[in-house]
Design a protein around this ligand. Structure first.
Ligand SMILES: [Cu+2]
Length: 239
């Protein structure tokens, strides 16, 4: 066990050494904790340039970060891709006005000047989802394109500066950064029953319709975590 810990420390130090320091005025974004997988936020929207965009945000089994599922359907083929998308500061304005959403969620004041380095996501704007996890594919102009990932820097807790539930929105852009669709992030489900903070993987974390949700993903994470644990245990015995 000691060996693995040392290796991890070396990897961390090496990583820190090569990463460029485009950190926020207020420092790097901290990894968030206590994000319950019984809480679900959603953003669903359409516009003249995108038939539908659906986001589902939920906590994770271990409470670290936020699990995101997103699907984009029917982007107008005249809009150049791939498509950046972000969590923005404010709600959508009257008549679907995306300009009203303001800038990207950036509680650590990192700014826009230098592009996000996906290899150092803690240095990126918290709301820069496509910077950290990749832009939406042009496949979304031919049909539906979906993605799924855990973002370790968003929060589902209202006392966290990276909270996405306090009147935030999602904005979908074309490759020229023009805002071609936007929608508000709203609370879809909050299930507080049961004893522990982090229920088992088969706990209900469903929502209305697509995209398909956390339950399966959380189970898979659990299974692979178990497998990893076994491999580490066997490795330790061999040493
Ligand atoms: Cu944006």
């Amino acid at each position: 066990m000691h060996f693995f810990k040392s290796a991890a420390t070396v990897a961390l130090l090496t990583g820190a050494y090569v990463v460029s320091a485009e950190t926020g005025e207020r420092g790097d974004a901290p990894i968030t904790e206590n994000n319950s997988d019984r809480v679900v936020y959603e953003a669903v929207f359409s516009s003249s340039n995108i038939k539908s965009a659906r986001f589902n945000f939920t906590g994770t089994e271990d409470g670290v970060g936020v699990l995101i599922h997103a699907c984009f359907t029917g982007v107008n083929a005249s809009q150049p891709g791939p498509y950046p998308y972000h969590v923005h500061d404010f709600l959508v304005g009257p008549n679907g006005n995306c300009t009203a959403t303001g800038a990207h969620l950036d509680p650590y004041l990192r700014g826009e000047v230098t592009a996000c380095d996906a290899d150092a996501p803690e240095t990126c704007q918290v709301g820069d989802l496509s910077g950290k996890h990749g832009k939406a594919s042009t496949e979304a102009a031919k049909g539906t394109w979906c993605t799924s990932y855990v973002d370790k820097y968003l929060s589902l807790n209202s006392d966290d500066e990276a909270f996405i539930g306090n009147e935030r929105s999602i904005v979908f852009h074309n490759a020229n950064k023009t805002r071609i669709g936007c929608g508000n992030i709203v609370l879809a489900k909050e299930q507080m029953s049961g004893g522990g903070s982090y229920p088992s993987a088969n706990a209900t974390a469903t929502s209305t319709g697509e995209p398909p949700i956390a339950t399966g993903g959380a189970t898979r994470v659990g299974a692979s975590g178990l497998a990893l644990g076994l491999i580490l245990a066997i490795g330790a015995m061999l040493l």
